[in-house]
Design a binder for this molecule. Structure first.
Ligand code: GLA
Length: 344
């Protein structure tokens, strides 16, 4: 039984992320450019001395006792449960914890609320017990997401929320997880807008796309689809040829985008975002008509670039806008799409 002296609350707060470019290539050997955002998840863990665990959240309107060994239930609390099982397996915590979750991250928006909750739980559970750096936390969180939650995601989200600070772009090579942190130029404003279309990665479409990418890479005899040569891709049939075209072109765009970021070339970066959206719509086939229209209007009203962000099928768009134009641009876009919400 836990002693009263250990009834101390351990707390961690972790930001969410938006991916600026480099979409659907974090398991295909590409470099990705996510940036942490201010909305965050906070997890508090307090031993309650009862042997019974309880997850509470006013944000998600829930208070539920649960058995630590319970499997995933296709519910947001799975992220907490998976992280607690991981922590229990490493003897960081015993049975009988009150876990309180608070979050300002929109759910189902493509902003990695799940990675933020998992990492906040791992961080809080390991305080004073295990000295985990950002990368170790990210690998643990990916493992939980892949095995406990059952979503075969790449490493981008976990690295972005574990290592990122708002306003700094993480240029992450997903092959070896080497990275650089790049400042966003002062003359760039990144806007993240929730389309209002919600989606979940656990509905199977993520896995289907990912499997198609792996199948295309195997058919072309490369370890990573981003390495396929453009000439060889044409030998594939649909939809594998489309997935391969997206992965190779997005990897090239991502490399160009790093150069544009380093030189502060906003219009070039914006063009690459637009091309990325076209490729996600036509070749990766992960956009939806409402978001295509939103992206199209965002650009025609004056953004340098805009694209769907995250896994897609709904959620947010990210746009690059000149700071001086921002307020007029946003008012005009909101007028055309009254149900959209600005996240940052
Ligand atoms: C989700 C996954 C990431 C990545 C993106 C698409 O966010 O968790 O690993 O594959 O989709 O870029």
């Amino acid at each position: 039984m836990t002693s009263p002296s250990s009834f101390v609350t351990r707390e961690a707060t972790v930001p969410c992320r938006v991916n600026l470019i480099g979409e659907w290539i974090d398991f295909n050997g590409g470099t990705v450019l996510p940036m942490a955002l201010a909305p965050s998840a906070t997890v508090q863990i307090t031993a309650n001395g009862t042997g019974l665990d309880c997850i509470k959240s006013t944000h998600f309107a829930m208070s539920q006792n649960f058995a630590i060994d319970a499997p995933a239930q296709d519910h947001w609390s799975d992220y907490v449960r998976g992280a607690l099982q991981y922590a229990r397996g490493r003897h960081w915590i015993e049975s009988g914890q009150d876990v309180s979750v608070d979050s300002t991250i929109p759910v189902g928006a493509g902003l990695s609320s799940s990675a933020a909750i998992i990492i906040a739980t791992l961080k809080a559970a390991s305080i004073g017990l295990a000295d985990l750096d950002g990368e170790a936390l990210a690998f643990a969180a990916k493992d939980i997401e892949n095995t406990f939650i059952g979503v075969p995601c790449g490493i981008m989200d976990q690295m972005a929320v574990a290592l990122g600070t708002p306003g700094t772009v993480l240029a992450l090579d997903t092959r070896d997880c080497s990275y650089s942190l790049l400042d966003l130029p002062q003359t760039w404003s990144i806007v993240v807008i929730h389309s209002g279309v919600r989606r979940a990665l656990s509905d199977g479409r993520y896995r289907v796309r990912r499997d198609q990418c792996l199948e295309a890479a195997a058919a072309l005899g490369v370890d990573y689809l981003c390495d396929a040569s453009l000439l060889s891709i044409d030998a594939l049939e649909e939809p594998l040829v489309n997935r391969a075209r997206h992965a190779t072109s997005e990897a090239a765009r991502s490399r160009d985008a790093i150069a544009a970021l380093r030189t502060g070339d906003r219009s070039r970066f914006g063009r690459l975002m637009n091309e990325s959206h076209d490729s996600l719509r036509d070749d990766m086939e992960v956009s939806v008509p409402d978001i295509d229209q939103l992206v199209c209007d965002a650009v025609s009203l004056g953004a340098d670039g805009a694209r769907i962000t995250g896994a897609g099928f709904g959620g947010c768009i990210v746009a690059l806008v000149e700071p001086e134009r921002m307020e007029d641009w946003w008012s005009a876009l909101k007028l055309r799409h009254p149900s959209i919400e600005r996240v940052v």
